[in-house]
Design a protein around this ligand. Sequence first.
Ligand SMILES: Nc1nc2c(c(=O)[nH]1)N[C@H]1C(S)=C(S)[C@@H](COP(=O)(O)O)O[C@H]1N2
Ligand SMILES: [Mo]
Length: 390
Amino acid sequence: MDEFEYNRVRHTVSGEETPRPGTEAAAGRPGIVKPLPPEWFIPRGTNAEMRWDTLRDSCTGFHTPTERFFVRNHTSTPVIDPDGWRLTLTGSGLAGPAVRFDLAELRRLPATSYSAAIECAGNGRSFFTTQQRQDVPGTPWTLGGIGVARWRGVRLAEVLHLAGLRPEAVDVMPIGLDPDYVTSDGRNLGHVRRPLPVSKALDDVLLAYEMNDAPLTADHGAPLRLVVPGWVGIASIKWVGTIEVSTEPLRSPWNTEFYRMFGPDYPQDGGAPLTRQTVKSVFELARGATLALGERHLLYGRSWSAGPAIEWVEVSFDDGRNWRRARLLDEPGRAVWTRWSVDWQPRYPGRHTLLARAGDVEGNTQPRVTPVNREGYLFDAMVRHPVNVV
Ligand SMILES: Nc1nc2c(c(=O)[nH]1)N[C@H]1C(S)=C(S)[C@@H](COP(=O)(O)O)O[C@H]1N2
Ligand SMILES: [Mo]
């Protein structure tokens, strides 16, 4: 789609939040344990999207409070008894037989904490349709499929070494304890699981047992989940029971069939399994918000990139003709977002289109249009944000 066509597309504000017929949302089976008040979440079938428009007023701070963190479940949240739970490491990549850890043993190992975003690969997917008129299947997230939390746990590297990691090992595959995933056409794909190269596993991956200074909650992976900074959310497997370690490359539907790029701009048999996330920006403002003419408005937003820190953010109030730098409110960091604000005194009544775009220290930025891919992953184009000035 070229620039001309893009500019012609009229943005639809309504209709984004209607569950498609036949989805779990339509059947009313969320499978999520925590309360999902409508002022905080948009229901999305088995998932719950965080609302950006109600975040600002409550001054929630840099980290997403756990009770407001988005939930992405392929099936439903399992409630696991932490006393009976064990983490098992097994496979050809270990020097000896399977090794087991209980939670107390993991908690006695050296702990590491850091802040990191978890963001669904499909975050922003609905804009392929509403902004680029491209039909893609899957959860029609707007931009609320992301959260930043402070995670605490033990490095996966530490546990792999204790388990006897062999130098020949190439892949590790965490396997979730949630129910088997059955596709809409009835194929049982087994437990949610996705291989990770040993290089990433040994780098900065955490086996987290705490989120925002409290034990992990059921919906976010209790008693133990992976946190894979900068990578698509599916890498951060929740409710880990087993980790397979292998000297041969591992496969699962989540690195062969899903979470790869298929489409006109990608190789015939699909791109490599998705790893890093992309740059995105969001306003903490309702779509279609009403703003008073002639008054000075202080608008807030956030921008983020996969790993590299955000370097700059620009905002346009006239659909991209003129741009202004936003003030960064945080010291930009790795694998997290940066909050920003910008003043605006609208001088004309009527409908305006706001845009925000950001760049990171490695030169990644946001395009006008994201080339389409079959599953609608990694939408990174600037999102048009309509407001009404009266
Ligand atoms: N076991 C298991 N792990 C999982 C998933 C899942 O359905 N089952 N969903 C993944 C996806 S697609 C995302 S985006 C993140 C979401 O994490 P959250 O629900 O804590 O926000 O978890 C990942 N880990
Ligand atoms: Mo995801």
